[in-house]
Unconditional design. Sequence first.
Length: 473
Amino acid sequence: MLTVSDGADTWTYFAGMKQYTKKPASASIEGDLFSTPSANSLLINGKPKDPKYIGEDDIVIEGTPHRCHVIQADDEHRGQFKYWIDEKNYLVLRTEMTNSHLPGMPGMPSMGMRQNTVVESLKIGEAIADDVFTFTPPSEARLVEQFGGANGAIPNNPSSHYVGKAAADFALRDLNGKLVRLSDLRGKILVLDFWATWCGPCRDEMPDLEELHKTNQSVVLLGVDVGEDETVVKQFVSENHITFPILLGGQDHMIDDYGAHQYPTTVVIDKNGAIRSYITGYAPGGDSNLRAAIERAGKDAGAVAPPVEAAADVPGAPMPKPKTAEEAYYAGTRMIREHHAEEGIRLLDQAIAMKPDWAYLWWARGNAFYQQKRYEEAIEDISKAIALRGTMPGWYDERGLAYSYSGHHERAIPDYTRAMELSPNAAAAYNNRGWAYLSLGQPEKALPDLNRAIELTPDYVKAHEIGHRPTSS
């Protein structure tokens, strides 16, 4: 990937796709290089916390050794960073980042990552021609809005579906009970960040969002929790000293309106109410990309396209027929959330017919059956989801519950056990297996599981209640 900027415009060229983008240059080099991870990782983002000098080392570039100071900086939110800094010119010639995340979804195992970036070519003091900072696209390259398929759209990426459209209105209460409406914020640049306390990358980005809130008073920043219990959210906000407003997003269909099914998802809305940027995920240094998006939103505010799927909000208006499995999935899950389960299941049927190898579709329909207490159908669909993607602890746990509620605790126990193997700190799986053992008349096996559930989550009311049930032994 090649990134070129002349200070006014920035071009990014992806040779493998024969595509390039052209956007206004960011106010910072970090913002321009965010789309080029290998280059961006050679920048020291922010002020390292408690840096330590750990020694010297040589980095060999094109046969020439460069003596470097090696600095280590630990960050409780982002992980451990090591920088190899040239002793003579103080350029960063190598970085190593080691990070681990708690589960990104309930029941998923923790994840770790190690990334090394090394400079392979270095030229200092040579004359630079003016055309170095001008990009001339190859004859076969096409200009696109974003990298991806034949039209530049990234498959399954909701960004192309939302950017340029009017943001859907919402009315959510914050942690103080105050009602917040999008329509009341017209005339201001707004950042919506969809997140959850169990999402590792969401927790990692919080210091950057808090810093943005404190340093940019021209932007309204709203965190939108994606449906957790208010007590859990308040505790997290208090412990992490978060001062920007947090809305409780589980109160209506807002999450579906914005397609926020990956976390974090950050949406930048301009003063006219149009979505100007849609960012999924977070990586260290990502705040530079967000700040650049905010800057562009201030410059690009203009005409607003119609709202996304606005007709669906009009009572009695027919819902447009989904053209893709993704559209059917989003429409189906929205209908289920709005308590139109049969219509939602019908849409998920369509999605499965179009894309039968997408595990999440089978799980979503199985989950809908489970909510309706149609346990045999739920077991069948969740089993197909597991066959396609057998690494999701929550799916095993839910299939186990379907077995248990249909009176087959003995078949549920292997599923609870597998969920615990994949996610050893999942309190729900311990609780559910304890319930199953107790129902089978095996309290000696039940109590260790229930105690473990309470140990992992001390306020686990259900585990306390089950543990105090009288037994026949």
